[in-house]
Design a protein around this ligand. Structure first.
Ligand code: P6P
Length: 336
């Protein structure tokens, strides 16, 4: 039973029976994320006022300029997750290797790993465009009581136990799934409470938005070029509307509410695609599927890809089921 305007705390308590493991674990996991989200939200919202925007003078493992807020968000999520005694390891876009969390008794008894992009779309910070946090949660597979291993992080997306994102936009929302649908909570910053504003989110039947960086058009595979031309044809249901914010969480969130597809294909300078499988594509794919949508690498279900590296990239097509299946048709005809 979903009650609109329920607080996140009430919602977690009422639904923790759905979480397949011991009841208190889900609430501690999500509580740690919602606390960190509030802290990061506070900084994101005042970024323009204090000298916290702009590059931190470092580059991350992706070779991208690290914005100060990237570093701040990374530290806050790691600190909050570490303090809650629920997680045995964290992988982050901002950290080259995974982080081992041994627990307050140093006994490695915690059962979950979290993979995250602490501040996705951070290049938009300085131009006041929405950014987001993306997280993916797995149960560890290595023996409890031993230090977390790389195998705990390199699990296929179909093994996720929870996934979600925070979008720091005109309002701040936490959207997540534990495999029983997708629910969206809006933060009331005055009270510091999250309210169930978008219960049981689903992609709408009718979809007419496509989101891609068309500046890369000449570098796209032929199947993608043909799909973009299909989107632009004068037909009864087209041309579609093109919307591209340059922030995955924002583009995805709008498409889930209004209906659409987001795609970041391979290009000549991103031969594996740009988005990272483990902490961008898989969590967004889990949410998309739980909302009645689909997520593909252009040929097959992205959540079935067997990961080989922590920061590996994949081509990503995600949104309304019919739109993803249509682009897969174009890719099948021109796989190169
Ligand atoms: P481009 C942000 O860096 C990001 O990872 C996604 O949030 C966004 O959709 C994409 O990259 C934008 O990339 O190459 O179009 O600027």
């Amino acid at each position: 039973m979903v009650k609109k305007n329920q607080t996140l705390g009430e919602f977690i308590i009422e639904n923790q029976a759905e979480f397949p493991f011991s009841s208190g674990e889900l609430s501690r996991l999500i509580n740690s994320i919602r606390l960190a989200a509030k802290v990061v939200n506070h900084e994101v919202n005042k970024a323009g006022l204090v000298d916290i925007t702009g590059a931190a003078g470092e580059t991350n493992v992706q070779g991208e300029d690290q914005q100060k807020l990237d570093v701040y968000a990374n530290e806050k999520f790691i600190q909050t997750l570490t303090n809650r005694e629920i997680v045995c390891g964290i992988a982050s876009e901002e950290s080259e290797d995974f982080i081992t969390i041994s627990g307050q008794n140093n006994d490695h008894k915690n059962k979950y790993v979290v993979l995250m992009d602490p501040l996705d779309g951070s290049s938009n910070i300085d131009v006041n465009v929405s950014v987001g946090t993306i997280f993916s949660i797995y149960r560890r597979i290595s023996p409890i009581g031993t230090p977390v291993q790389m195998e705990d992080f390199l699990q296929p997306g179909n093994k996720q136990v929870a996934a979600g994102y925070i979008v720091y936009g005109t309002s701040t929302m936490l959207v997540y799934t534990t495999g029983h649908g997708v629910n969206g909570f809006t933060l009331n910053p005055a009270l510091g409470s999250w309210y169930l504003s978008h219960p049981d989110m689903k992609f709408p039947e009718k979809a007419s938005i496509y989101s891609v960086n068309e500046g890369n058009y000449v570098h796209f595979p032929k199947g993608v070029k043909n799909y973009i031309k299909y989107c632009q044809e004068e037909k009864e249901d087209r041309p579609y509307t093109s919307r591209y914010i340059g922030s995955l969480v924002s583009d995805f969130h709008r498409n889930m509410i209004k209906g659409g597809i987001y795609f970041y294909p391979t290009t000549s300078h991103a031969p594996q695609g740009k988005l990272r499988l483990l902490y961008e594509c898989n969590p967004m794919a889990f949410i998309a599927e739980q909302a009645g949508g689909k997520a593909s690498n252009g040929f097959s279900r992205v959540m079935d890809v067997e990961p080989t590296e922590l920061h590996q990239r994949v081509p990503f097509f995600c949104g309304n089921k019919e739109m993803v299946e249509k682009v897969e048709e174009f890719m099948a005809k021109n796989p190169e």
